[in-house]
Design a protein around this ligand. Structure first.
Ligand code: NAD
Length: 342
């Protein structure tokens, strides 16, 4: 397929992707681990995402992020995710809060060869990163986790935490909107071998948990120093934690330093900009999967956060593309029959 001058593009919609393994969290976790290894070994180019807020500034109503990457090694593919979120969607039934699309391209001919929905890939891989971070950061005897946010990523977070940390037996699933937590708990009942308890009181649940995971749309951080305790870990995919949590941590972990440090609303960036933490004191997810020590005692408190690695969207999309080709899934479209000019 790669290297051809045939301008054929395979279009995969969500239903095709699901048949191709989109909801296989074990597979996504494996791809996540492999992708971070490659990133740490310098086989991936992933410039920081470019953020376009509408209107401009931190008070955006919607945004679009452009996330290009090149994956070297045995894969040798280029790609981009066009990622978006809309505040209005959060209160509009029938449409997800975040909607993404991914394009895979041949780095030799630069022809695109696959376009696919990126929405559930984003949710799966975001939760897989949090699951991977939790695997290395949570105490070894973690049996109770509090997941805050029962939206799209809340659903995939249950899968990721259960798959990455098999010792977890109880999950408190929290949302400001208790009905959403109850609905997701009901959907997940009996699927993952854990007891899921819906609640709207995340702080009380967190006090009973060794692992706390934030996947909310909260604009103002609400997890402060009073949530911090020894023998625990907090993992956030959004902006739930205050700078005090970063400062209280025995170890801080980020998904990708070069990128997260460009986003000024991230607690870790604010602590770094204030000169209160150095790059050398922070571990990246690549460090974890490449064997750098992270948790050295169960008594430590560890904080981990992420902003999202575009390269991971592309490695997951490529795996789904390969499965889809084998299974004959998707719709073929063409850029042209014959290019008008060359
Ligand atoms: N780090 C990454 O790679 C990455 C990638 C994609 C999305 N995200 C972030 O993940 C977050 C969740 O996205 P989603 O698509 O699941 O959104 P969603 O709208 O489907 O769900 C978010 C849920 O959070 C709940 N919530 C908001 N504030 C809360 C609070 N203070 N306490 C408890 N619950 C609260 C909402 O009621 C909602 O149910 C967003 O902030 C998004 O930006 C991160």
């Amino acid at each position: 397929m790669l290297g051809t001058i045939n301008p054929e593009i395979l279009f995969l919609q969500q239903e095709d992707q699901i048949k191709a393994g989109l909801l296989d969290m074990k597979m996504i976790l494996k791809i996540t681990e492999d992708t971070y290894k490659m990133l740490g070994q310098g086989q991936i180019q992933n410039p920081p995402k470019v953020h376009l807020g509408i209107p401009e500034g931190t008070e955006w109503e919607s945004f679009f992020n452009t996330m290009p990457s090149y994956i070297g090694g045995d894969l040798n593919i280029a790609g981009i995710k066009w990622a978006a979120e809309s505040k209005k969607n959060a209160t509009t039934p029938g449409i997800p809060y975040g909607i993404d699309i991914s394009i895979l391209s041949d780095p030799v001919t630069v022809l695109p060869f696959c376009i696919q929905d990126g929405t559930i890939i984003t949710a799966m891989r975001t939760s897989a990163v949090a699951g991977l971070q939790a695997k290395y950061c949570a105490p070894s005897d973690t049996d109770t986790a509090t997941l805050i946010g029962a939206g799209v990523i809340g659903r995939t977070m249950i899968m990721a935490i259960c798959e990455a940390i098999p010792t977890v037996k109880t999950i408190y699933l929290c949302d400001l909107d208790l009905e959403k937590a109850e609905q997701v708990a009901k959907e997940s009942e009996g699927k993952y071998g854990v007891t899921i308890i819906p609640t709207s009181d995340s702080k009380t649940a967190a006090a009973k948990s060794q692992l706390i995971v934030g996947e909310t749309t909260a604009r103002t951080p609400f997890i402060d120093k009073s949530w911090v305790k020894p023998h625990s870990a907090i993992v956030c995919v959004s902006n739930e934690a205050t700078t005090d949590v970063v400062k209280a941590a025995d170890v801080n972990v980020v998904d990708y330093w070069k990128q997260i440090i460009t986003f000024k609303n991230k607690a870790i960036t604010q602590v770094f900009d204030a000169g209160e933490i150095t790059k050398e004191e922070v571990l990246e997810t690549s460090d974890l999967v490449l064997g750098k020590p992270c948790r050295t005692s169960d008594e430590q408190f560890i904080y981990a956060c992420s902003l999202g690695l575009g390269a991971l969207d592309i490695t997951v999309a490529y795996a789904l593309y390969q499965n889809a080709v084998k299974l004959g899934l998707g719709t073929k479209v063409k850029l042209w029959d014959k290019p008008l000019w060359e």
